[in-house]
Design a protein around this ligand. Structure first.
Ligand code: UTP
Length: 421
C-alpha cells in the first residue's frame, strides 16, 4: 500500500472511523484517490464534536445574552421625499457598477422533490420560466431601471449540482446576460454521520458529504476567489438571497440607500410574521447585536408579546434577503459559522458493502445558517417590506410555499399584462 493510504488509515483509526477504508480495494483508481483525499482533509475533531452535540436535547444553543426587539423601517411608512433620497443614493451605487447579486442555489431542495437543481425548476402555467430565468429577468429589468453598466451575478452551487447548473446556464445562453457577468462558486461540504457516530460511505464507495448550509456562502466566496473578483470590479454592495423566492427584490436601491444613510454595513429585509405561531425566524437584538431568533428558540411568551400598537414585538420575519457591504463580507468570510445538525434520510453503504435505502431519518447533516453571521455586525438596518411584493417562496411540492402559491403571488404582483415566455 502506498504512503497516502497508510496515512489515511492511521487517521481513520485514530478517530474510530477505520470502516471508511473497508471497500477501498474494490474502488477504481479515481475513487481510491478521492477517498484518501477526503480522509486526509476531513476535520475529524470537528466532526466528533458536532456528533457529540447531537446527543444533547437541543442542538440549538441560544447562548447567554439579553434579547430585545430590533428597530426597523417600514417601507410603507417612509415619506416620498425620504424614499427618493434613499433611492438616489442606492441608484448611484448600482448605476456605477458597484453592486452585485449572489444567488444561493446549493441546497438540495428535498421538500420540492424536483429531480435537478432547484433553479432549473420550471414554473409552468402562465409563467413558463425557470427560477434562474426569473432571477435573470429581475437583474435585466434592474439594469435598465438603474441605468447600470453592469450587475455581476454570482451563483453558489454545491458539488452535487454544480455541473448541471453551469450546463443549464450555457444551454440558455446565460439568459441574455453577458457571460463575463455571471460566475459560479461551489459551497463547502461536511461528512454525514450515522446515529452511531460513524461517517457514512456513499453509493460510489467514498465519504458521503453534504452541502454545509447557506451560512457556507461567506467562506465559499472567499475560497473560490469571488471576494477577490468583487474587489477587482469595485463592488461595494452585495445582495445575497436564496434561489427560491421568485419575488425577491435582489437589486434594491432603497435598501442600499438606507444602509448608506444609516452608516451600517447591512440591510436585512423582513416581512411581518403572519401570526405568533408561524414557524419563521425573526430579527431581534442579542447582546445589542443583530440576531435572528429561530422559531425553535423563541418561547411562546416572547412570540406572543405585543407592543402598544398591537403588533408582535418579535414579528419581523427573516426572509433570506440581505444586503451586505463588501467590508462586512471581507470580515465574515475568513471564519466559519457555527453548525446546526439536522436528522435526515441518507442512502449509504453498510459494513457488509450493501446499499441501505432508509425509510426513516438515519443520519446527521451539519449546516450553518447565514443569519448566524449577523451578530458579527455592530448593527444592521431592517427594512420591512410587503409579503405580496417581495416574498413568494417555493419550498414544498404542494400546499403552503409551493409552486402553486408562488405562481399566484408572482402573477398578482406582475399584473394582468404579464406574459410568460
Ligand atoms: P432551504 O433551507 O429552504 O433548503 O434553502 P432547500 O435546499 O432549498 O430545500 P430543502 O430544505 O432541502 O427542502 C434556502 C436557500 O438556501 C440555499 C437553497 O438553495 C435555497 O435557495 N441553500 C441551502 C444553499 O445554497 N446551500 C445549502 O447548503 C442550503
Amino acid at each position: 500500500m502506498n504512503e497516502k493510504y497508510e496515512e489515511a488509515k492511521k487517521i481513520a483509526e485514530k478517530y474510530n472511523q477505520e470502516h471508511l477504508l473497508n471497500c477501498y480495494e474494490k474502488l477504481d483508481e479515481e475513487n481510491k484517490e478521492k477517498l484518501l483525499d477526503q480522509i486526509l482533509n476531513i476535520n475529524f475533531e470537528q466532526i466528533s464534536e458536532l456528533y457529540e452535540k447531537t446527543k444533547k436535547t437541543s442542538n440549538v444553543i441560544p447562548g447567554e445574552g439579553e434579547v430585545k426587539a430590533i428597530s426597523y423601517i417600514d417601507k410603507d411608512k417612509i415619506s416620498e421625499d425620504k424614499l427618493n433620497e434613499y433611492r438616489k443614493k442606492g441608484k448611484n451605487v448600482i448605476k456605477e457598477g458597484h453592486y452585485a447579486v449572489v444567488t444561493m442555489a446549493g441546497g438540495q431542495g428535498t421538500r420540492l422533490g424536483f429531480n435537478g437543481p432547484k433553479g432549473t425548476y420550471n414554473l409552468g402555467d402562465g409563467i413558463k420560466k425557470t427560477l434562474f430565468e426569473i432571477i435573470s429577468d429581475t437583474i435585466k429589468t434592474a439594469k435598465v431601471e438603474n441605468e447600470a453598466i453592469t450587475i455581476p451575478w454570482y451563483v453558489m452551487t454545491s458539488r452535487e449540482n454544480n455541473a448541471d447548473t453551469v450546463k443549464f446556464f450555457k444551454e440558455n445562453n446565460y439568459f441574455g446576460l453577458p457571460e463575463s457577468d455571471v460566475d459560479f462558486f461551489i459551497q463547502g461540504e461536511l461528512p454525514m454521520v450515522g446515529k452511531n457516530g460513524k461517517i457514512l460511505i456513499d453509493e460510489t464507495g467514498i465519504v458521503k458529504e453534504a452541502a454545509d448550509g447557506h451560512g457556507g456562502v461567506f467562506s465559499a466566496m472567499y475560497k473560490d476567489g469571488i471576494v477577490e473578483d468583487m474587489q477587482k470590479r469595485g463592488i461595494e454592495w452585495v445582495f445575497i438571497a436564496g434561489v427560491d423566492n421568485i419575488l425577491a427584490k435582489i437589486v434594491d436601491p432603497i435598501a442600499t440607500g438606507i444602509a448608506i444613510d444609516k452608516k451600517v454595513l447591512a440591510t436585512g429585509k423582513s416581512v411581518v410574521k403572519a401570526n405568533a405561531k408561524e414557524k419563521v425566524g425573526v430579527f431581534c437584538k442579542k447582546n445589542n447585536k443583530p440576531y435572528v431568533i429561530e422559531y425553535s428558540e423563541i418561547t411562546d411568551e416572547m412570540a406572543e408579546m405585543i407592543n402598544g400598537d398591537g403588533e408582535l414585538i418579535y414579528g419581523e420575519s427573516h426572509i433570506l434577503c440581505n444586503l451586505f457591504n463588501i467590508k462586512a463580507i471581507e470580515s465574515m468570510c475568513k471564519s466559519t459559522l457555527p453548525y446546526h445538525s439536522a436528522f435526515k434520510k441518507a442512502k449509504y453503504i453498510n459494513e457488509y458493502g450493501e446499499l441501505v435505502v432508509p425509510t426513516e431519518p438515519n443520519a446527521f447533516k451539519f449546516e450553518s445558517f447565514m443569519f448566524d453571521a449577523f451578530e458579527r455586525l455592530d448593527d444592521m438596518a431592517i427594512l420591512r417590506v410587503k409579503r405580496e411584493e417581495e416574498f413568494a417562496p417555493i419550498k414544498n411540492a404542494e400546499g403552503v410555499d409551493s409552486p402553486e402559491t408562488a405562481r399566484r403571488l408572482y402573477l398578482d404582483f406582475m399584473g394582468k399584462d404579464y406574459i410568460g415566455k
